[in-house]
Design a protein around this ligand. Structure first.
Ligand SMILES: Nc1ncnc2c1ncn2[C@@H]1O[C@H](COP(=O)(O)OP(=O)(O)OP(=O)(O)O)[C@@H](O)[C@H]1O
Length: 644
């Protein structure tokens, strides 16, 4: 069952506090007295809880034909006459005829009517065609307006913002132009794109206008700060990033335009539009994602130039986006990319901010790889992998969790504690602040629990890659896919099959998969090795990286845990490093000052060939209170750093 996709939305971030769900609109909530009250966020969970089954483009076409609905085959969508326009026209005689204004996403079946802004899932569409749609659902189908509170805030900011050329002091206007790299952008360009400046926040304001340019659906504020020789930009969106689906520049696009340049930043769009005269659109969150909700707006273009940036991450994002847009019409502007691809630092992947030793061994987290992770029962596998994934997620790696053993509530509680590096139950005044930041992470959960078939899990992952541009999937753990296999009589073959399926998924989707596997039972009292996980050589060959959480308390006394990299396909470096568990923050990472030195090992039996350094390993205890009180936590990503 596609529980991830209930009502066309994922179970995103649901924050538990003392066993209660937080941030879920429309659900009863009985907080213990005295606990902080949080406003429900509307996108946290769907109002509908209808299971959505996967649909294929062929099935969609068949369905439309069977119901006599004519359609045109587009790049990412099918176009059909909109049943929602008629309803509107009946009510409002001024409605213009908009033939074929319904766009149905070929991958998900989700639809959008460009005229009425009605939208919904494939099931909603079928219900409507078959006359099963009821009046009450109309409200669900109509594009959601921002929450009242948001829209007031949006209007308030917009009203206070003024065009740059209306700033009273010419020096201030000049400074803003320099800070934002707008010295060559003319007032006319800024006027056409409706860019304003908010003096108190020293920010540019980019509006999100409704189609037709009438209403204001949201805003993006861009502030700039000089740090040393560099300018760091910080973006704030209203509504929050997950639902900020603005293609900036859309009101300037004419129906006759057949070519567009898609940029990662609004500022690039302004400059490119002015210098080339080509239509330009800026993606709402740069290279982080291309939400399928935007695809209908891009259907009219026969050629799309992706201009996202000249680093490897932008190049990878452009390739992924081109897959959604139909590669045949996409050009990737990047001559220097070959040079970039040979840049070892970048090719080494995203580096962990909490685990420097992991960077030294693995060099970083790369797309398209399969990492297998194991450790003795109850040794802290889930706790460790949660922090390892959270670290990457805070750096913009879109992450999907499949936690089959422990509930998402429990997992989210662990993650939130790790995120805040301390127990928030003791710091209730800080709860909202951390919870808000946690909710904004690109983190998604599958809502599976217990045994699942590998096919269902892979289908869900596939869908999440398409919808949320997932680049890292964590599966905890493989044993929960074993029971459903026909092959379960031969467990080695079943495991090989499942590992092979994840391997293929990682390669096909340029997505990193981290797979937790329980070791075989007979190894309980010994130190683990690669062979403890896999029944066959084939499975270990499939993995790019093998990580083992070694619990050496059996050998060297209590509390000694090590992380062993026993396979590293990238450059072959293997080794071990100590992990220090902090009970209050549930973290394994060692504060930067007390970094333990890396030990080299000869092979995956863990034979140490070099003595570790004499430095005290993780001797400095983490103090969650101090951390929480700090304005800039050392483990937090610097929000002012550009995300690419
Ligand atoms: N190094 C550690 N020292 C003490 N307690 C720990 C350590 N690591 C994790 N824990 C605690 O032990 C419990 C089990 O941790 P966790 O669920 O991460 O282990 P696991 O290896 O995934 O378990 P399982 O083998 O059952 O899947 C948790 O309550 C966690 O907070």
């Amino acid at each position: 069952m596609w529980v991830l996709l209930r009502g066309g939305y994922p179970l995103r971030i649901l924050l538990p506090l003392r066993g209660e769900w937080m941030g879920r609109r429309g659900l009863p909530r009985s907080l213990v007295p005295g606990s902080p009250r949080r406003r429900y966020r509307k996108e946290a969970l769907p109002a509908l809880e209808v299971p959505v089954l996967p649909v294929t483009a062929t099935e969609i076409r068949q369905y439309l034909r069977a119901h006599g609905i004519s359609f045109q085959d587009g790049h990412s969508c099918l176009r059909a006459p909109s049943p929602f326009v008629k309803a509107l026209q009946l009510k409002d005689q001024t409605g213009a005829t908009a033939s074929f204004s319904l766009f149905i996403d070929k991958t998900t079946g989700r639809f959008l009517c460009m005229t009425s802004l009605a939208e919904g899932s494939w099931e909603d569409f079928q219900a409507s065609v078959e006359g099963r749609g009821d009046g009450a659902r109309e409200g669900v189908l109509l594009g959601e307006a921002p929450e009242a509170e948001d829209s007031e805030e949006v209007q308030r900011i917009w009203d206070r913002a003024i065009p740059l050329w209306e700033l009273p002091e010419p020096e201030e206007a000049q400074l803003a132009r320099v800070m934002f790299g707008l010295t060559k952008v003319t007032d006319d360009t800024l006027r056409r794109f409706s860019v304003r400046y908010l003096r108190p926040a020293r920010s540019l304001v980019f509006p999100w206008l409704s189609p037709g340019g009438l209403g204001l659906r949201g805003l993006k504020l861009l502030s700039a700060e000089v740090q040393g020789d560099e300018v760091h930009y910080k973006e704030t969106t209203i509504p929050r990033p997950g639902v900020y689906h603005n293609l900036f520049g859309l009101p300037l696009i004419s129906r006759r335009d057949v070519e567009v340049v898609l940029t990662g930043r609004e500022l690039d769009s302004l400059a490119l539009n002015q210098s080339t005269g080509l239509p330009t659109l800026a993606l709402p969150r740069g290279t982080a994602c291309l939400p399928p909700a935007l695809l209908p707006y891009l259907e009219q273009f026969r050629r799309i130039v992706l201009w996202l940036g000249d680093d490897l991450r932008s190049w990878e994002a452009a390739k992924l986006f081109a897959r959604k847009l139909n590669p045949k019409r996409c050009s990737l502007l990047r001559e220097e990319v070959l040079g970039e691809l040979s840049n070892v630092e970048q090719a080494a992947g995203i580096r962990w901010s909490r685990f420097p030793d992991l960077n030294r061994l693995l060099k970083g987290h790369r797309k398209g790889e399969l990492t297998v992770f194991t450790g003795p029962t109850g040794s802290g596998k889930t706790t460790f992998i949660s922090e390892y994934a959270l670290d990457l997620c805070t750096q913009g790696v879109n992450t999907l969790w499949g936690s089959f053993e422990i509930s998402n509530v429990r997992l989210a509680r662990v993650m939130l504690t790790q995120f805040a590096v301390g127990r928030l139950e003791e710091q209730l005044d800080k709860y909202d602040e951390w919870a808000d930041r946690f909710e904004d992470l690109p983190l998604y959960f599958m809502t599976f629990h217990g045994q699942q078939s590998i096919r269902t899990v892979i289908d869900t992952m596939q869908h999440a890659v398409y919808v949320y541009d997932i680049c890292h999937v964590v599966i905890d753990n493989l044993q929960f896919m074993m029971g459903h296999e026909q092959l379960s009589t031969d467990r080695i073959a079943a495991q090989d099959y499942i590992v092979g399926a994840f391997r293929k998924f990682a390669t096909d989707n340029s997505c990193h998969v981290t797979l937790v596997i329980h070791p075989r039972k007979e190894d309980d009292d010994k130190e683990l090795q690669t062979a403890s996980i896999f029944g066959s050589a084939k499975a270990s060959q499939e993995a790019d990286n093998v990580l083992i959480l070694q619990d050496r308390k059996l050998v060297t006394g209590p509390g000694k845990r090590y992380l062993q990299v026993s396979k590293n396909r990238f450059d072959g470096d293997v080794g071990v490093f100590p992990l220090e568990f902090n009970k209050s923050s549930l973290t394994f990472s060692i504060p930067p000052k007390s970094k333990a030195r890396l030990k080299k090992v000869k092979d995956d039996n863990g034979l140490v060939t070099k003595k570790p350094s004499s430095g005290k390993k993780g001797a400095v205890p983490q103090n969650s209170k101090t951390c929480l009180g700090q304005a800039h936590h050392p483990y937090q990503p610097d929000p002012s750093k550009p995300s690419r």
